[in-house]
Design a protein around this ligand. Structure first.
Ligand code: FAD
Length: 396
C-alpha cells in the first residue's frame, strides 16, 4: 500500500525504524505497553498536533488521553528507565511539545516533589499530577540568567513570619500560563542559597504572559513570569530543596530526558522523509529511487539509530545508579547535534514542501532548535564534557 506524505491524506502507516532492536531490551509487559502507546500516539496525536502547532494552541483535549495511558505518572509507576525513555521517544515522534510537557512533568515536577517535597506537599499534589488532572511549571531560567543561572539567579525569597515573600522574574517557563502551580527557584536573602517553592498560579502578585511567535515547540505554552511581593505560606518551601546541590542531581537526570527527545525527533524526521521520498516523483521516478536521496535517508537513519543506542546504554548506566553529569551532558549534546543535522537533511529532502509545517518536516525542523538549546545549551553541555575530560573549566 503506498504511503501518504505527512500532513496530507491519512495518517502514515507506521514504519518500524528500530534496526538495532532497542525496544526488544524491554521486558515483555513493558514491550506490549510500548506498542499500545506508540499506536495511540501515531494514530491520535501526531496528525492533530500539526494544526495545534500552527495555531500555537495547547491541545487540552489530548491531555486526558495522555493521562489515561499513564504518561502523567511514568516517574512514579515503577517503569524501567528504558521504558520511560522510549515513551519520551515516541511522544517526540508524535509531537515534540507534548514530549516536552511529559518530560518536564515527570522528571522535573513529579521528580522534584516526590524526592524533595514534604509529605503534605506530596499528598496535596501528586494524585492530580499523575493523571494530568493538574499541571506544574518548572521556573528556573530568568530574563538575565540562562546558562549562568546557578551562580546568577536573582529572584529573591525573604522569610516574613509564617510566610515567604518572593520577588523577581522568570523567562521561557513551560506551561506557566496553564499550570496550577509553578515550582519557583529563588535565592534566600538570609543565607544566599537557591531554594524551591511551590507557588500556586492564582496567588496575588504572580503574573504569567505567554511568549508568542516561537519557531519551535509552538504547542508548549512558554511564558514570562513576574513575581511581585508574592506571599506564600512557609510550608510552600520544598524541604529537600534548601540548596542547589540536590536539585542539580535531578537536573542531571532530566538532561538525559532531552537526549531521548532528540532520538524521537530523528525517528519522526526519518518517517516523514521516507514516506515523502516514496510518494514524490521527479524526472519520472520516485525520489526514493535516486542514490543521493537514499544517501540522505541512510544518514538520517544512522543518526537516529546511533542516538537511540547511546540513549539505551545511558538508561542502563542510569538504572545502575552510575549516571554522572558528564555522561548526561555528552549524550544530550551529541544526540541534539545529530538531531539538528537529521532534520536539516529531512527538510531539504522535502524540497519546498519542507518549508511548510503542514508537511510536518518544517515543524520538526523548528522543534529541533529548542532541543539544541534548552536544559543546558549544546555549547554548555560540551563545556561540561570538556571540563570533565581535561580537568579545566572553560566557562569563565
Ligand atoms: C522553548 C523553550 C522552553 C524552555 N523551557 C524552560 C522551562 O520550562 N523552565 C526553565 O526554567 N527554563 C526553560 N527554558 C530556558 C532554557 O533552559 C534556556 O534558554 C537555556 O538554558 C539557555 O539560556 P539562555 O536562553 O538565557 O541563553 P544564554 O545563556 O544567554 O546563552 C546564549 C548563547 O551563548 C552561549 N553561551 C553562554 N555561556 C557560554 C559560555 N560560557 N561559553 C560558551 N558559550 C556560552 C549559549 O550556549 C548560547 O548559545 C526554555 C527555553 C526555551 C527556548
Amino acid at each position: 500500500m503506498p504511503v501518504q506524505p505527512a500532513g496530507k491524506g491519512e495518517a502514515l502507516p507506521f514504519p518500524d525504524a528500530d534496526l538495532m532492536y532497542v525496544v526488544d531490551l524491554l521486558a515483555p509487559p513493558e514491550r506490549d505497553r510500548y506498542f499500545r502507546i506508540r499506536q495511540f500516539l501515531q494514530s491520535s496525536v501526531r496528525q492533530q498536533s500539526i494544526e495545534y502547532w500552527n495555531r500555537e494552541e495547547f491541545p487540552f483535549g489530548l491531555l486526558a488521553d495522555l493521562g489515561k495511558h499513564g504518561l502523567g505518572a511514568l516517574q512514579l509507576d515503577g517503569s524501567s528507565t528504558l521504558f520511560k525513555g522510549l515513551m519520551y521517544v515516541e511522544l517526540a515522534r508524535a509531537d515534540v511539545s507534548l514530549s516536552a510537557l511529559a518530560g518536564i512533568h515527570n522528571e522535573l515536577i513529579l521528580g522534584m516533589i516526590s524526592e524533595l517535597g514534604s509529605e503534605e506537599q506530596k499528598a496535596r499534589w501528586l494524585p492530580g499530577l499523575k493523571t494530568f488532572g493538574q499541571l506544574g511549571a518548572f521556573a528556573l531560567t530568568e530574563p538575565d540568567h540562562g546558562s549562568d543561572i546557578a551562580g546568577g539567579l536573582e529572584t529573591s525569597a525573604r522569610r516574613d513570619g509564617g510566610e515567604w515573600v518572593l520577588n523577581g522574574a522568570k523567562r521561557w517557563i513551560g506551561a506557566a500560563t496553564i499550570a496550577d502551580f509553578a515550582l519557583v527557584w529563588a535565592r534566600d536573602v538570609a543565607d544566599g542559597e537557591i531554594k524551591g517553592f511551590i507557588v500556586e498560579t492564582d496567588t496575588p502578585g504572580y503574573a504569567a504572559t505567554r511568549i508568542a511567535n516561537k519557531i519551535g515547540l509552538r504547542i508548549m505554552q512558554n511564558a514570562d513570569i513576574v513575581l511581585e511581593d508574592v506571599r506564600i505560606p512557609a510550608a510552600s518551601l520544598l524541604p529537600g530543596a534548601t540548596s542547589f546541590a540536590r536539585t542539580n542531581d535531578l537536573l542531571r537526570d532530566s538532561r538525559a530526558w532531552v537526549g531521548w527527545q532528540g532520538a524521537g525527533i530523528q525517528l519522526a524526521a526519518f518517517d516523514v522523509a521516507r514516506a515523502y521520498a516514496l510518494n514524490r516523483r521527479q524526472f519520472g521516478r520516485e525520489l526514493a529511487a535516486f542514490q543521493l536521496v537514499q544517501q540522505q535517508l541512510a544518514d538520517m537513519l544512522g543518526n537516529a539509530s546511533a542516538s537511540l543506542a547511546l540513549m539505551a546504554q545511558l538508561a542502563q548506566v542510569q538504572q545502575d545508579g552510575k549516571l554522572e553529569m558528564v555522561q548526561a551532558a555528552m549524550a544530550k549534546a551529541t544526540v541534539t547535534r545529530l538531531a539538528r543535522a537529521s532534520v536539516a537533511m529531512g527538510r531539504s529532502l522535502l524540497g519546498g514542501n519542507g518549508i511548510s509545517s503542514d508537511y510536518e518536516m518544517g515543524k520538526l525542523f523548528g522543534d529541533a532548535e529548542i532541543l539544541y538549546t534548552y536544559e543546558g545549551s549544546y555549547e554548555i553541555n560540551s563545556l561540561i564534557v570538556g571540563r570533565a575530560v581535561t580537568g579545566r573549566s572553560a566557562f569563565h
